[in-house]
Structures are given as C-alpha cells and as structure tokens.
Ligand binder design. Structure first.
Ligand code: TYD
Length: 153
C-alpha cells in the first residue's frame, strides 16, 4: 500500500469513528431454522454478516450485577448475540444513548466502530457471543470515556 493510500484509509477511519451514531446500529434477525427437536440459527460469513468475520469470542460465567464493555473501538465492527439467556447493551455516541435488550439467539446487534458500549443485566447462565471484524488488537480500544468524547468532537 502506498503512503497516500494509507493516509486515505486513515482519514476514512477517523471519519467513521467521529460520525457514526447509535442510529447506525441495528438488531438483525439472522434467521432461524425451526425444528420441533430444537432450532438452528446459521451465521454465514458474507451471507448474513455485514462484515468479514475474523474472530469469535464469548462471555460466560458472568457474575450477577457485573458490567462488561466500557470502551469503544476505532475500527472494530461486531455482531453481539445472546447465545443463551439475556442481557442489555447500552450504546453511546457521545450525544445519544440507546439501550438494546438481547434475549433470543437468532437476534444479532450490529455495532459499528466509534461507539461506547456497556453490557449489563446478564441473566444467570447467559452467554454473550461476539463475532468481530478483526483479530484482537488492544491498540484498537478507547478505554477512557473522556478520550472517547474528545474523539467524537
Ligand atoms: P475486553 O474486550 O475489555 O472485555 P469486555 O469488553 O467483554 O468487558 O477484554 C477483557 C480482557 O480480555 C482484556 O484484558 C483483553 C482480553 N481479550 C483478549 O486477549 N482477546 C480477545 O479477543 C478479547 C475480546 C479480550
């Protein structure tokens, strides 16, 4: 990649980080194959994901009253699914907040880059499955809320 291409990509990223709002996030029904012996939900890369999935991780054994998240990402896009149980996600773009309850394994919350998020109200035994557009990279995190607000100005 040339220097000017790198700079162009960087500008694009900073624009997305700054301009994305909670209204750019939505809950997507990723389909359900109904079966009396038990349902199946299929997530197929590129078919019903809005980005290429590079990593899957899941949160489980979450103690009652715990809050997860508490950060934003410069570049990462995510699909968050309540694979079991339920929990709430609060999205924050620095101006608006939106609370989403995830409680069905066929519903995925698509989170675009540049949004602060917190996950809480985890039901006992719940599992939060996350499909992510990039491999883990600590330098993609904004963990300081004031720094996040500065980025959104
Ligand atoms: P973090 O993303 O802050 O958790 P959450 O948003 O769910 O509260 O990650 C918690 C810790 O786990 C942090 O020290 C980094 C580490 N971690 C990895 O090493 N790889 C990963 O893919 C993820 C998601 C986290």
């Amino acid at each position: 990649m040339t220097t000017s291409e790198i700079l162009k990509n960087l500008k694009q990223l900073l624009m997305e980080l700054k301009d994305n709002t909670v209204y750019d996030c939505s809950v997507i029904d990723v389909s359900k194959i109904h079966n009396e012996a038990g349902n199946i939900t299929v997530v197929e890369n590129g078919e019903n994901t809005p980005f290429d999935v590079k990593r899957i991780y899941y949160l489980y054994d979450i103690p009652g009253g715990e809050v997860r998240g508490g950060h934003a990402h410069y570049e990462l896009e995510q699909f968050i699914i309540a694979a079991s149980g339920s929990f709430d996600v609060v999205l924050d773009d620095g101006k608006n907040k939106k609370r989403v309850t995830l409680n069905r394994p066929n519903l995925a919350l698509h989170i675009v880059p540049g949004l602060w998020r917190e996950l809480y109200n985890f039901s006992s035994g719940s599992i939060s499955m996350v499909l992510a557009s990039h491999v883990y990279d600590e330098s993609d995190y904004i963990r300081d809320y004031k720094q996040f607000l500065d980025c959104k100005k």
